[in-house]
Every structure is written in structure tokens, then in C-alpha cells.
Design a protein around this ligand. Structure first.
Ligand code: RUQ
Ligand code: CUA
Length: 656
């Protein structure tokens, strides 16, 4: 025990030394080294557009932020796993079901890895997927509307981290568990972890036309930690690769106990083989509970369905489907190059960067050259699958991306740098410092067969002195580099929101052309929609009062309402009659204990209010929509519970 603790302290000191040397004033890159021609490279003149979209995960904000490149301007925050009072997401009656889970309503999430849908190995810009780490879920955002339209919970999973990466035709979005747990969950002693806990790797199918998600199967793997993953592509399409750590299967003091083995594994999963097995009826349906939440663009409402079972597959049932590739030491990122030949294991504690060869892997499998097995899964020989290694490239490698021109770019957390190296010769070509402690990096089109060169940005974990101080908390920071030349050139720092782990980025054209401007009022199928002022009304059902209300510049209809009583549950159903791009109206009523609503043109949204005080309470539009926005207001009268004030409403005249 003493040994464990002293080695922990030793590691801590090493880390502290590296981090602190980054903080010194002399190394913060503020020497004015950037020339004015660098400024031109990121300058997007007023009224002009950026050339790329970047979608940065919000980490512990639970959301996704949208940026433009090269300007680094933030365009939008898309609410995904967290309630978002700015738009009413997760507060409105229509969107609350999106945050339903088997644990009940969860107002928050921790999102990590966005990935854009692909067709034939190329980014197609239809959807973006993102994982929730804490209460395992995968979300889909429609890039036509930039709205979260589907969330599926992932059962038997915990710390959904090796997610959400898509295969080259978006056949699957894959979600892997970070923590192994009892499967199914049950009451058992923690010390019986080893050999008993399992790691579920989930393959979620995506319907080609609609994008609808469904858990096709889960592979129940040994109780390791599954950290990150990437699909095979091109020649390795049909396979999926996952890094593992804690192959020691420790349940306590992992920083020491999970760093014992000289090598952990990359798990190679032949999903095509398992898919064929499952299509032939293979696997077992396991009883479980998970929520599947879908937002319908026509009713403008989400529904949540609780699913009762999931198909699980034990690797031993499908011989030849799962192999382990030994990979030094506690690998984090698992990255596959655009050709599909090279699989990079970024060993956090390793001095070198290990690259495996897909061809050599197949060869070794064919010759059945195994070094042993773990829980019945064959382990290949390290030397047999090794393509090469980058010698001493830096300290603490985390993630690698590719430019499609034969180069790879790896982030090093401890030495705080991005290192460019060559696939095949493994020589280091360039290194540039990052400020500070870089995690992921992104090249547009990163996880695809066709990266879109030109830019790379690093997402740093520590900001320190890069911006004006904002108290003890600084937002994280990203740095944009031009990678079109031989050497990487630092262009720009820009602050990010929450903790971007990964980001997905792409050329703007595809998304820009398809972006929707309004919701068609005619197509609005919301049951409480009022499509003209003539449809507005107030209806009492017991103690529920439903107000069918419309908004148009610059009034609410109705705007005077009486007859509501204490103890009533008041539903404001707002339909925005506007059919004009970028003209939402907002709604808020004094004392409302949810959030405002922001209603898009043609959309209906509902807010519930349970008044607690007698009085006449104003409501108003929260979005400065017109010259007469300040006039866009109304009153609702709340009477005592036993009053006999009749239910009445009006617009433009006194209530009689
Ligand atoms: S993580 S910094 Cu992707 Cu959540 Cu590596
Ligand atoms: Cu409508 Cu302000």
C-alpha cells in the first residue's frame, strides 16, 4: 500500500512539473510572433461567411456549440442533454420527453464526441450524433434545423465514452462503455468485480432514409474500461476498434492499479460478422429498460417510449469476430487513418506512439498466430500486428487526426503540443506548442475517408493566462492552425464553452444549402396549434386551463385573460404565425417557475404555469422582434380558488 501511494505521488509530481512549466510567462506565446498576414487568414469581413462549420461538444454543459472557421465566432448553442432556458428546451411540454430516461427526467448531461453522418466514407452533413457520458445516451441532431430530434438511452452501459462514432455509410453509430458494471445491474460486492463485471459495446443502427436509431445489438466484453473507438474504413470497413485500459480489472485507486500491465489492448470487432449472426437470429434478448425519445417536426412534440429488452451477444458465440491487439500503456485515443490501414493507439503513459496494421492483423488472424487469450478472446502478438511506432514524439499522447495527405497529427497532453508525423515512415515532421494541455484536436472531415485539409484546431484543457481573467473559472480555449503548408502555423485562439472534448467540422456548403428557414405553418400538426387569430380560445378541463394563443408582430392573441383560479394548471400553447426567416417570438409570465419559450416561425410550444398568488399578472414577448416589441404584452387575472369570475379572453377590446 505504501508503495502504491508513493508511486502515485511520484506521478503527481511529474505531472505538476510539466503543467507548471507551461504556465510561465515566457512560454505563453505572447511575444507578438504572429504576423499581420496571419490576421488576414482568419479575418472574415462583416457580412461574409466562414468556410467551415465546427461543432464542439459542450462537455459538462451537456450541449453542442456551433462555430465558424476560420473566424472562431460562435453561432449557436444547440441544447442536447441539458435543459436550456434560452429556448425553453427541456422546459416546454413538447421537449421535456427528450430528457426522459429509465432513471426518470434528467436535466443535465456530459457530452463528449460529436460525429457527422457519412455516405461512402465522406461526411454528408445530414445529422450529427453525440454521446452522453454520465447517464449513457446517444443523441441525433438534424443539421437541417439544428435541433436535437432523437435521444436513445444505452442500457448495460456506464460512462458512455467510446462513443459516438459512425461507420462509413452511417450504418451504425457506436457507443462503448467506459466503466464495466454488473450486467444486468444487481446488488453485489464491489470486490467481486474481476471476472464478473462486463463492458457493453453497443451498435446502434441508423435507418438510411429517416435516420431513426435502434440498438441492433450489444457485445458483452470482459470487464475492462473501453475508452475510445473508431470505425474501420475502406479496406477495414466492417471492423470497429476500441482502446481498453484497466485490463487489470481494478476497482480502486486506478491511477496506480490500472497502470500495472505493460500493455493493454485495442479490441478489434468484426461488426459485419456479428450483424450477420444477429440477422440470422443469433444473440439473446435481455430484459432491461431504456428510453427512446423522438421529436416530431410536424407535431413539434417529443414522445418518450420505454423499451423493455435489448439483444446481447457474447463474443464466444461468434468465433472470429473479436480479437485483442496488445497496445502499450493505457491507450486513450484509438484513431484510424483515412485508408483504413493504420490504427493508432495513443498510449497515455507510453514513450512511443504505437501504430497497428490492419493487413498484418488479418494475416495473423488467418495464420491463427495467437499469444494467448483473455476470457476466450484471442490475443494477437504485438510484433505481428505492429506497423511501426513513432519514437519519442512527446509526452502523454491522447488523440490523432489525419490530413488525407499521408500525415498524422497527435496531441500530447503533458508536453502540451501537437506533433505532425508521417504515416509509413513514422518520422516526426513538425511540432507546435499548444496553450495549454491539449486534449482532442479536429481536422474538418476528421473521422472519414476524406479529411478536408487546410485547418486543424486543438482543444485545450487549461486556459490560464490566454484571455483577460474572469475569476477562478476560465472557459476552455481552442487554437486554430493552418496545416496547408509543411509546418503548422498558429492562427488564432478562441474561447470555447463547457469542456469540448472532441469536435466535428466540415466545409460549410452542404449544410448551408440545406438549412431550413421556417417551419411551414400549414404543416403544423400540433394538437394545440391555433393557425389563425380566429382559432384562439381558452378552454377549461377541470382545473386545467388551456390557452390557444398566437403571436405575430406585435401582439399576442388573446392578450387579456380572466377566470383563472388558484389551484389551476395553466397551459399557454403558443403558435407563432410568422412565416419569415429568423422571427421568433418569446413568452414569459411573471412568477413562472419554468423558463421562457422561444417559438420559431410556424411552430407551437407550450408552457405550464401554476400560479401561486392572486393578482393580475403580465406576460410579454422576450425576443426583441419588432419596433413595437415593447408593446407585445398582455395580462392574466388570477382569482381566489372559490371565485366565480367566468373564463373570458379578448384582444383589442375590454373583457365584458
Ligand atoms: S476525451 S481528451 Cu475524448 Cu472525453 Cu480525450
Ligand atoms: Cu414578439 Cu417581441
Amino acid at each position: 500500500m505504501k508503495n502504491l501511494i508513493s508511486s502515485t505521488i511520484a506521478i503527481a509530481i511529474v505531472l505538476a512539473t510539466f503543467t507548471s512549466c507551461n504556465n510561465s510567462e515566457s512560454s505563453n506565446g505572447k511575444s507578438g510572433a504572429l504576423s499581420s498576414n496571419v490576421a488576414e487568414k482568419v479575418y472574415v469581413a462583416p457580412g461574409e461567411y466562414d468556410s467551415h462549420y465546427a461543432f464542439l461538444s459542450g462537455g459538462y454543459s451537456g450541449n453542442l456549440t456551433v462555430y465558424g472557421l476560420p473566424s472562431g465566432r460562435m453561432f449557436k448553442e444547440i441544447p442536447v442533454f441539458s435543459q436550456f432556458p434560452t429556448s425553453g428546451y427541456g422546459y416546454s411540454e413538447e421537449t421535456k420527453p427528450m430528457l426522459n430516461t429509465s432513471h426518470g427526467f434528467i436535466p443535465w448531461g456530459d457530452s463528449h464526441h460529436p460525429d457527422i453522418s457519412q455516405t461512402k466514407g465522406e461526411i454528408d452533413g445530414r445529422f450529427i450524433f453525440i454521446n452522453e457520458n454520465n447517464t449513457p445516451r446517444i443523441a441525433k441532431i438534424d443539421l437541417k434545423t439544428f435541433e436535437t430530434t432523437e435521444i436513445i438511452e444505452v442500457p448495460n452501459s456506464a460512462g458512455n465514452h467510446s462513443s459516438s462514432f459512425v461507420t462509413e455509410n452511417t450504418e451504425y453509430v457506436v457507443a462503448g462503455t467506459r466503466f464495466s458494471v454488473p450486467v444486468p445491474q444487481r446488488d453485489m460486492p464491489i470486490k467481486e468485480y474481476k471476472g464478473n463485471f462486463k463492458g457493453a459495446l453497443s451498435f446502434i443502427s441508423v435507418e438510411p432514409e429517416t435516420g431513426n436509431m435502434d440498438i441492433k445489438f450489444q457485445v458483452l466484453m470482459p470487464g475492462f474500461n473501453y475508452d475510445l473507438s473508431h470505425p474501420g474504413r475502406g479496406k477495414s470497413h466492417g471492423w470497429f476498434f476500441f482502446t481498453t485500459y484497466n485490463t487489470e480489472e481494478a476497482s480502486t485507486l486506478l491511477e496506480v492499479n490500472a497502470s500495472q500491465n505493460d500493455k493493454d489492448f485495442i479490441a478489434a470487432i468484426n461488426w459485419k460478422k456479428i450483424e450477420a449472426y444477429v440477422n440470422a437470429g443469433g444473440g439473446t434478448m435481455m430484459p432491461t429498460n431504456y428510453a427512446h425519445n423522438v421529436y416530431d417536426e410536424h407535431t413539434h412534440m417529443a414522445t418518450s417510449t420505454m423499451k423493455k429488452e435489448v439483444r446481447v451477444v457474447n463474443p464466444s458465440e461468434v468465433p472470429g469476430a473479436v480479437y485483442f491487439l496488445p497496445t502499450p500503456k493505457s491507450p486513450h485515443g484509438c484513431d484510424v487513418d483515412p485508408s483504413g490501414e493504420y490504427i493508432v493507439g495513443n498510449g497515455k503513459l507510453s514513450a512511443n506512439l504505437t501504430v497497428h496494421s490492419f493487413t498484418k492483423m488479418l494475416d495473423a488472424i488467418e495464420k491463427e498466430k495467437f499469444a494467448g487469450e483473455a476470457y476466450g478472446i484471442p490475443i494477437l502478438n504485438f510484433e505481428d500486428v505492429l506497423a511501426g511506432s513513432v519514437e519519442q514524439p512527446g509526452l502523454g499522447p491522447l488523440h490523432t487526426e489525419f490530413d488525407g495527405k499521408g500525415n498524422a497529427y497527435t496531441t500530447f497532453f503533458i508536453s502540451s503540443e501537437v506533433v505532425k508525423w508521417k504515416l509509413g515512415t513514422w518520422e516526426v515532421l513538425d511540432r507546435q506548442p499548444t496553450f495549454y494541455s491539449v486534449g482532442h484536436l479536429t481536422i474538418p472531415g476528421g473521422n472519414s475517408g476524406k479529411p478536408q485539409g487546410k485547418y486543424m484546431f486543438a482543444m485545450n484543457k487549461i486556459t490560464k493566462d490566454r484571455y483577460l481573467p474572469t475569476g477562478p473559472e476560465m472557459e476552455h480555449s481552442a487554437q486554430l492552425y493552418d496545416i496547408s503548408g509543411d509546418k503548422m502555423e498558429l492562427l488564432l485562439d478562441f474561447p470555447t464553452h463547457g469542456e469540448p472534448h472532441y469536435a466535428a467540422a466540415m466545409r460549410a456548403d452542404l449544410i448551408k444549402e440545406r438549412s431550413q428557414k421556417i417551419y411551414n405553418l400549414e404543416d403544423n400538426k400540433h394538437p394545440y396549434a391555433a393557425k389563425t387569430d380566429a382559432d384562439t380560445k381558452v378552454v377549461r378541463k377541470g382545473n386545467e386551463v388551456h390557452i390557444y394563443m398566437t403571436t405575430i408582430r406585435s401582439h399576442f392573441s388573446p392578450d387579456n385573460i380572466e377566470g383563472v383560479k388558484l389551484g389551476d394548471k395553466v397551459y399557454f400553447h403558443l403558435t407563432n404565425l410568422e412565416q419569415d426567416f429568423d422571427v421568433p417570438h418569446g413568452f414569459a409570465v411573471l412568477g413562472q417557475n419554468s423558463s421562457e419559450l422561444l417559438v420559431m416561425p410556424g411552430q407551437t410550444k407550450s408552457s405550464v404555469w401554476e400560479p401561486t398568488k392572486v393578482g393580475v399578472w403580465p406576460f410579454y414577448c422576450t425576443d426583441f422582434c419588432s419596433a413595437l416589441h415593447q408593446e407585445m404584452q398582455g395580462y392574466i387575472r388570477v382569482s381566489p380558488a372559490d371565485s366565480d369570475v367566468p373564463l373570458k379572453w379578448s384582444l383589442g377590446e375590454d373583457i365584458e
